[in-house]
Design a binder for this molecule. Structure first.
Ligand code: AKB
Length: 316
């Protein structure tokens, strides 16, 4: 599959900003159209509010878009703070993207999903794709609907829609935006800065995670995968490793022996408690070759090295 013009929505966010650079390097900057509703200060970015269907149709026409990475979304913690906005962006925004894509004959729409689609009744370990999905957050509810809407457009409207359920994503270049797994990045930043950290989750909360470079490669692999090999479409589980805040604190102490974290769970604990501790990613491996390169230790090492170079350059 060749991508001539790729629109990235939510390109100013944690995944979007790095995906913009990653895809620009691979396919050429002129083929990538990054967009966001926020002003990123980058002149390459186009303004796009995905909840405005006319603007979505216009941008698809104007740049002759054939591929979309639809990343504009409100994450779990911010969603609970403002469920109405989360619904509008995550559901109406996606619906506009899918409808306009059919109208404008877009070839492929990538819609990343999340472990947020699982709920308290989902089994906790090695969770398969097909399992109990009864999410209790607006984020999870809207993303489960997104997966199913994606499948519907695939089978009823002939649109190629693909996506995977991301775990917590760890990255050092751009900050995460309002998620529950954000604690891990915040803890690493505190350790590097020589500060203590007040963790908003309990020390033994185990969650699946992955390093952002592996997430970027996964998005590209799934987008390029041979459609005839895909049994699943919008709901692949992907995860590289799992850890608890306690385990992360212990790993960080190998680099910063005086670092310590304090545990003061808030409303995000309930969200984390409703998610599984580990995922079964075997369908992604089988159907399109998912293969993360970074394990827990390797991720922390790379994160610490890069955060140190960014936050305290003299020490790098
Ligand atoms: C969040 O915590 O909301 C996200 C996610 C797991 O989808 N990072």
């Amino acid at each position: 599959m060749t991508f001539q013009k790729i629109l990235i929505t939510g390109a100013g966010g944690q995944i979007g900003s790095e995906l913009t650079s990653y895809l620009s390097e691979i396919y050429g900057e002129e083929r990538i159209i990054p967009s966001d509703v926020r002003d990123t200060g980058d002149s390459r970015f186009k303004f796009l509010d995905v909840t405005d269907k006319k603007s979505v149709a216009l941008i698809l026409d104007k740049y002759k878009i054939d591929t979309i990475f639809h990343l504009a979304a409100i994450l779990s913690a911010n969603g609970e703070r403002n469920p109405e906005v989360a619904y509008r962006v995550n559901v109406d925004g996606l619906h506009n993207i899918l409808e306009s894509s059919v109208e404008k004959k877009v070839d492929l729409v990538m819609i990343p999903s999340t472990i947020g689609v699982f709920g308290p009744e989902t089994p906790k370990e090695n969770v398969p794709i097909e399992t109990v999905t009864r999410p209790t957050t607006i984020y999870g509810i809207t993303k489960l609907l997104a997966e199913q809407l994606g499948n519907y457009y695939q089978y009823k409207r002939g649109l190629d829609v693909r996506g995977m359920r991301f775990p917590g994503l760890l990255s050092y270049k751009s900050p995460p935006g309002g998620g529950t797994t954000d604690y891990a990045i915040e803890m690493m930043i505190s350790a590097v800065k020589g500060e203590k950290y007040d963790c908003f989750l309990k020390r033994d909360t185990r969650l699946p995670m992955m390093y952002l470079p592996d997430a970027l490669e996964s998005l590209k692999k799934l987008a390029e995968a041979d459609a005839s090999k895909l049994v699943h479409r919008t709901d692949f589980n992907v995860s590289a490793f799992s850890f608890t805040p306690d385990e992360l604190e212990a790993e960080l102490k190998n680099y910063y022996p005086s670092f310590s974290s304090y545990y003061k769970p808030d409303f995000r604990q309930r969200i984390a408690d409703s998610w599984p501790g580990s995922l079964d990613s075997s369908a992604a491996k089988r159907e399109w070759g998912f293969k993360p390169n970074y394990d827990f230790r390797g991720t922390v090492e790379d994160m610490v090295t890069n955060l140190q170079a960014r936050l305290i350059p003299g020490k790098a």
